[in-house]
Design a protein around this ligand. Structure first.
Ligand SMILES: Cc1ncc(COP(=O)(O)O)c(C=O)c1O
Length: 460
């Protein structure tokens, strides 16, 4: 490993963690007898834990985040320099890296022109919901306030974003949720709601229009969708879906909000997932990969047409977007994001993502040919999933504990992979892979070799 890690001082850290830290999305009972895993160092695609064990990280920090890999000194230096010069002022004023990053980002997003900074994916999405509601109040006589979201999609952890969440296990026990959010059907052809049909993509888009007509187009302000559904099962959109969705939104004057919190800034091999499908969104939100986890930053990006609606009446003190996010003024975020973007460009990581993504998909398909438990393989760029089934014919999902056994086996052998968890009852059966965009052929082959061996051991 790259530096000597003494276990004794870390014993103290582990005890402090066990005594006082409440981990995210974790049942803590096991930590009464088993140490929580604490990662202490990272370099490139690799991590080391407190016991000195090395891991290959196939999930970019667990949740699709560390896109340019660990240990990037140039990002740390850019952030350090910026913090010493000017660390913070409320984003009611401007900042040098904030202005520079906004320009660089907009260059990559034709048709969009305004960037609103905040701290998390959830918050970026809530900004859209607030904008849509305020536009409804100011410009549509209180109508067009509803937000449509899709079954199996996830948009965040706050009460409003959970209300826009199509994953019942994430929402359970946190109600009552916020009114004004309406679900549309998912678009996972492998689990088709209409049997085996030829034009599944168009049918799934038409199902959105059916909801619009039922609710009344006049009541709906925006449709919020992930370009590729992430935690809901790595769902790549079926052929013909996006063209029809865009057309439906235009005809009913519904704004299209694409949640790029996972796909944004390179994950799928293009800067943004929506850019694979030739669509023109009205809002794009992004977070995780924007600064690869080196600083907390999220962006809500929109068009000049939307922006104009918030400055049309300067005499009205309530007419503009009266929203503030304290840490949206931290300069560490855009400073890290600028350097993150430079790395992606200078190291040609979009092209690498496309190439390595194809390799990952091909390797998974090869595994599928040998392991009956892999029912479906899906993916775009370095964002892939393998759905595990007990029976290929009936497509009955494997039990969740078996999926977790595959994860445990891989991690036991030094490869960290992911799976859908606490999303949909009975359907948390998809292995998720999202290595950093710097992955090499050897990394990709190492990941799939670990899965191959794990499937053999778990399913025999
Ligand atoms: C598609 C999507 N949107 C939004 C979020 C919420 O982002 P955050 O956890 O930064 O609030 C997530 C988190 O996983 C996500 O996957």
């Amino acid at each position: 490993m790259s530096s000597v890690l003494k276990t004794d001082p870390l014993r103290d850290v582990i005890e402090s963690d066990r005594a006082h830290v409440w981990h995210h999305i974790a049942q803590h009972k096991p930590f009464e007898t088993v140490d929580p895993r604490i990662y202490v160092e990272g370099k490139g695609m690799r991590l080391w834990d407190a016991a000195g064990k090395e891991y290959l990280d196939a999930v970019s920090g667990g949740v699709w985040t560390v896109n340019v890999g660990y240990g990037r000194e140039s990002i740390a230096n850019a952030v350090r320099d910026q913090l010493i010069k000017m660390n913070y002022f409320s984003n009611a004023a401007g900042s040098v890296p904030g202005a520079q990053f906004a320009r660089r980002l907009i260059e990559k997003m034709p048709g969009l022109s305004r960037v609103y900074y905040s701290n998390s994916g959830s918050e970026a999405n809530e900004k859209v919901f607030k904008m849509v509601r305020q536009m409804a109040h100011r410009h549509h006589g209180g109508r067009k306030y509803k937000i449509l979201y899709r079954e199996r999609d996830y948009h965040g952890t706050t009460i409003a974003t959970l209300s826009a969440g199509g994953q019942p296990q994430r929402n359970a026990q946190y109600g009552p949720l916020t009114p004004g959010f309406v679900e549309v059907p998912h678009c996972l052809e492998y689990r088709s709601q209409w049997g085996s049909i030829e034009n599944y993509g168009e049918r799934a888009a038409d199902a959105i229009e059916e909801v619009i007509l039922r609710e009344g187009p006049d009541s709906i302000g925006a449709l919020c969708l992930e370009p590729v559904t992430a935690g809901g099962g790595v769902i790549t959109p079926p052929k013909g879906y996006w063209e029809r969705v865009q057309d439906i939104c235009r005809r009913h004057q519904i704004l299209l909000h694409i949640d790029e919190v996972v796909c944004g800034v390179g994950r799928t091999g293009k800067w943004f997932g929506y850019q694979h499908f030739g669509i023109k969104p009205d809002f794009v939100t992004m977070a995780k990969g924007v600064a690869s986890g080196y600083a907390a930053i999220s962006c809500t990006v929109t068009t000049e047409a939307v922006f104009e609606q918030f400055k049309d009446d300067p005499s009205d003190p309530l007419s503009y977007f009266r929203d503030i996010s304290t840490f949206g003024g931290c300069t560490a975020g855009p400073a890290a994001a600028l350097e993150n973007m430079r790395i992606i460009e200078d190291e040609a990581l979009l092209a690498n993502t496309e190439r390595m993504g194809q390799r990952l998909l091909a390797n998974l398909r090869e595994l599928q040919s040998r392991h009956a438990v892999i029912g479906d393989v899906r993916g775009l760029g370095l964002f892939c999933g393998a759905e595990l089934v007990a029976d290929r014919q009936s497509r009955e999902p494997v039990e969740e504990k078996m999926v977790q056994a595959v994860l445990a086996d891989c991690i036991g052998h030094g490869v960290i992979i992911g799976a859908t968890t606490r999303s949909m009852q009975g359907l948390n059966n998809t292995l998720c892979l999202s290595p950093a965009l710097i992955a090499t052929e050897a990394d990709i082959d190492g990941i799939t070799a670990a899965i191959d061996a794990a499937l053999g051991r778990v399913f025999g």
